[in-house]
Design a protein around this ligand. Structure first.
Ligand code: PLP
Length: 386
């Protein structure tokens, strides 16, 4: 059976070019980037070369890139690092209610450390309104953190407008760019960002590596103490193969992004049209146009998303659902709840995220499989019409 992977927002395969670039750094070029001998220098050169490549992808300076273990750590470092360092200035943080847990859970932890967090609502299409950001600002606001693209529904946020507001008020502006970097152009200067998180495994790089962009001059404190690596901001011997892989992945993304985004947008739109055209009581979650080229998030009335995932998996198709099984009870997705769906509507969601391996043939097969599976589940369902 042919397997079709359409869950690229969960993770991506390591690109062959990335793997090739990484391999020597597991074996003959195994040096520690802090060592003074030739093995160390070889590793150091590779780290600095990768730093330039990552900076090049987001229009930053290489010295503004700090390698971390991934998106989660970058988000932790940005929020905790800025909040702790700027405590004397204020303790108020603004974010949105539909961020990834790597932001929301950090905010919860910061609340226990005497920070005050405002969670902004989002529109039905998943947009944070710049006006709402403006209204939430207080004299003690030190940080605004709004994700660039939502991981479930793919809506792309108006960062440039929010960045402008933050700049006018002298407030730091961070974005979780884990889902957008490598998929759509991200320019930290144009967006007015002071900090940006990104992750290797979402852009055809390896897992366990990521980076945080921190604009020069931003006051931020280390949350990992140790040997003072990464200009003292993130201690720990550098993951050289991972860093090399992230650098190569960033370069590849830069080369291919525009063409790939066009190709995926065409595939995405044709799948959307087929699914919504053929299945009754179905809808698209997220913004119709301001969305990632790779993302579709469907809602189907009268079905459970988990059952749909299992039926699709049996046909070789890997996708995901917005609702997650947590602590033995089915919890509705906080993202879908935030855009105003009812709990029963959240449970019938299907997230398809396209990527480099997907073709027009895949789209035809997947749309047909979704149609068959939804119809089968509705026939079995006690929830609604058969
Ligand atoms: N932020 C967003 C928006 C994500 O989608 C993810 C991963 O799904 C993360 C952060 C966490 O990234 P990582 O898996 O690299 O820790």
């Amino acid at each position: 059976m042919k397997r079709i992977y359409m869950d690229h927002s969960a993770t991506t395969p390591v690109a062959p070019e990335v793997l090739q670039a990484m391999l020597p750094y597991f074996s003959e070029r195994f040096g520690n980037g802090s060592s003074l001998h030739s093995f160390g220098l070889e590793a150091r050169e590779a780290i600095e070369d990768a730093r330039e490549k990552v900076a090049g992808l987001i229009n930053a300076e290489p010295s503004e890139i700090y390698f971390t273990s991934g998106g989660t750590e970058s988000d932790n470092l940005a929020l905790k690092g800025i909040a702790l360092k700027n405590r004397k200035k204020g303790r108020h943080i603004i974010t949105s209610s539909f961020e990834h847990p790597a932001i929301l859970e950090v905010c919860k932890a910061l609340t226990k450390m005497d920070c005050d967090v405002t969670y902004l609502p989002v529109t039905r299409e998943g947009l944070v309104e710049p006006e709402a950001v403006k209204e939430a600002i207080r004299p003690d606001t030190i940080l605004i953190s709004i994700m660039h693209a939502n991981n479930e529904i793919g809506t792309i946020e108006p960062l440039q407008e929010i960045g402008q507001i933050a700049k006018e008020k002298g407030i730091y502006f961070h974005s979780d760019g884990v889902q957008s970097v490598g998929k759509v152009p991200v320019d930290v200067k144009a967006l007015g960002l002071d900090a940006l998180s990104l992750s290797g495994h979402k852009l055809y790089g390896p897992k366990g590596i990521g980076a945080l962009f921190v604009r020069k001059g931003v006051k931020i404190e280390s949350i990992m103490q140790g040997g003072g690596h990464e200009q003292g901001l993130r201690s720990g011997t550098e993951n050289v193969p991972g860093i090399v892989g992230l650098g190569r992945a960033a370069d590849l993304a830069k080369e291919t992004m525009i063409d790939e985004a066009k190709r995926l947008t065409a595939l995405r739109d044709s799948l959307e049209e087929m699914v919504l055209g053929r299945i009754d009581e179905s809808w698209l979650n997220g913004h119709p146009t301001k969305r990632l080229p790779s993302n579709l998030n469907f809602g189907f009335r009268y079905i459970e998303g988990e059952s749909l995932i299992l039926l699709l998996d049996a046909k070789g198709i890997a996708a995901s659902t917005g609702s997650a099984c947590s602590s033995k009870k089915l919890a509705a997705s906080h993202v879908l709840m935030a855009i105003g769906l009812k709990p029963e509507e959240c449970h019938g969601s299907l997230r398809i995220t396209l990527g480099r391996s997907n073709t027009k043939e895949d789209i035809d097969f997947v749309s047909q499989s979704i149609e068959e599976s939804v119809s089968r589940l509705r026939k079995m369902s006690a929830l609604g019409p058969r």
